[in-house]
Every structure is written in C-alpha cells, then in structure tokens.
Design a protein around this ligand. Sequence first.
Ligand SMILES: [Zn+2]
Length: 105
Amino acid sequence: MKVVLKYADENQARRVVNIHLLVGELRDLTEEWMQRYFDYLSRGTIAEGGKIIIKRIPATLECADCADSFKADIRQNNIFCPGCGSAKNELVAGMEFLIESIEVI
Ligand SMILES: [Zn+2]
C-alpha cells in the first residue's frame, strides 16, 4: 500500500486504477481477500476504488542433481525430478509477492 501511494505521488497521478500483483501459488492469498484488504487500506486516498489484479506464479522446483527446473504440486509428499528421477530438489519459485505494475491516471 505504501509503495502504491508513493508510486502514485511520484507520477503525479490523480487516481490509481489497477494494481497488478505477482503472487506465488504457494502464498495463501486470494484475489478477493487482497481486494477487500486494499479497499480498507485505500479508503480516503487516491488509490480508493483501485482494482487488484493477481497473476499467479506456479510453484517451481529445481533438481539438485541435474539442475532441471520443473513445476510440481508441492502438496505431494514425494516429488521426483521428471528428468533424472532424483528426489533432491529445491523450491525456486512460488513464494513471490511482488507488485508487477501500477496503472494510474
Ligand atoms: Zn534431475
């Protein structure tokens, strides 16, 4: 929210229209919840009425053995690399929470 208002200020915006967020699949945030939270925080500011648009980033793992990266449902217990079958892997995407862009007028 602070970032949004700072951006709007720097760009001499009259109103914040859309806020595009990049949210990792593993973040337990729904668009509806974010919008409600945003509506609450933006009340009385130029961001009031702005719309939250969320783009999901799928959970991505990288194999520790062959460095292959692949998407997986990490709610599964055992995840094996589709390339080499290794069970050693590391989460490389899916926990993001970033502002991709802000549209102002
Ligand atoms: Zn592998």
